[in-house]
Design a protein around this ligand. Sequence first.
Ligand SMILES: [Zn+2]
Length: 579
Amino acid sequence: MAAPRFTLGALACALATLAAHAAAADGAPDLVLLHGKIHTQDATRRVVPALAVRGNTIVATGTDADISALRGPATRTINLAGRTVLPGLIDAHTHPAQGAQDLGKCNLSDAALSSEQILAQAKACYRANPGDPRHWFEVTQVNPSAVSLSLADLDSIAGKRPLLLLGSDGHTTWANSAALAAAHISAASKDPVGGRIERDAAGRPSGTLRDAASDQLQLARPAYGLAHQAAQLGRAFAAMRATGLTSVQDAAVDDATMQIYKRLYDEHRLDMRVRASYTLTDLGAPADAVVAGAIAFRTKWAVDPDFLRADAVKIFADGVIEYPSQTAALLEPYLDASGRPTSNRGPSYFTQDNLNRIVSAADAAGFTVHIHAIGDRAIRSALDAFAYARTQQKTDNRDQIAHLELINPADFPRFKQLGVIANFQLQWAVKESYIVGGTLAYLGPERSKYLYPARSLLDAGAVIAGGSDWNVSTFNAFEAMEHAVTRRAGRGADPLLPEQAIPLQVAVDAYTINAAFALKQEASTGSLDAGKRADFIVLDRDIFSIPAFDLHATRVLATYLDGREVYHASTKRAAGAAR
Ligand SMILES: [Zn+2]
């Protein structure tokens, strides 16, 4: 099946020509950086002191003498005074447009709270700031580890106003009676494909909804206007630039999400490269129909090959592993709290045969296939689908599996064999409440040796890309790098499988050149090579020579995107956005 593809090279030439018109007439660089420690992240991971930019493009890297000699009368010079420079960071799995809509809402910060504490805080929020009464009241970042809320509990928070509590795992939603009624979710409702409506003994919805069961609520909820949504996204991107991000892969978009990006783009405020993964929702439908929908979507949203495109598809292969959700698909059953096997292996959201066909058809159409897989059975099933696709055609689509919480060791070598990128969220690879309270006991000691096995995949030759899954977690990549390198939540904390720690250089690769590869934009970003776009960041410290436990405190002093300064620490332009 022929597919329209962006010719990045041709466009690069066109843009470079345009930029050159704006640049100095004498052909000299517009900007040079001198006296720095510039980690180019090129093929040999060269560190150089100097770099020159013309228009939106890096024109040279090298010694202070070589780069100084290129300067013309109009060239601006920045003396880095020994500071460290990295390529602009790339978040390979995040949800900016969606996550941004929660900025300013009641936020429980993913704290491990009891049901009573959650009720008390939600009520306090509602009293303090009920917000626009035409909209539903929403409480975000609710840590689901220890929550058991009845419908009566939920109804006690905001009375007759529709209410949603949104789980920080991204897979659990609690709704009060008014919200359930507005969404027509009742005892007669069937569980949708890919989701579960929790029920009481009489079969009535109890207010807890898993995965796709919450889609109906999202549809029933009155939407904010596009201008509001775009402004929220603008706030989120400003905050991301302040932590060094210059490119993102949105891991799950639909038409409404793309409209938010397009609005910012049309307003010339999209200072972030966005590559979007279109969520395939009906995994029971014939593959041709599913992929035809994705192709139409890609064509519609091919806005700008450098800044806004939707040439990836997203598939949810399972849910989450933590108790009480336990919707991740496991090869062997979950254990109960005392270590005895249950009958639950987690749901299957599709048949393997149909997944194979959909993945192969999407691959043949030139999409990057991005699969959410948490449990060892979902990961194996995703790998099996990629293996099937490889028997059908040879492609180079940077297919990837995200999250990778529990991998069966037999599958470690398959990532390299099949050319599947390991898209990790290593912020999570520490002993926090989800792991300690909700995972270890339910998997047992044997399986728990393979949680977020980053080092094992590295040793098995896999390409590792990094992502935050914001707003499930912070988008600050330096915090995730610290956890990837230490496997600890902080100095003195108990480690989670310290043998699975990866070197800092590998973590930096994951957020630069490897993430660029995953986004199919390594020809223009991900390293500081002559000819690539001038996306780079200046740091307040040399991350390669500090204690790993200080990585999270790294501050970005300036962020450049396409040769333009889009963040400067002293301007405080990024103030306001959370996490
Ligand atoms: Zn995600």
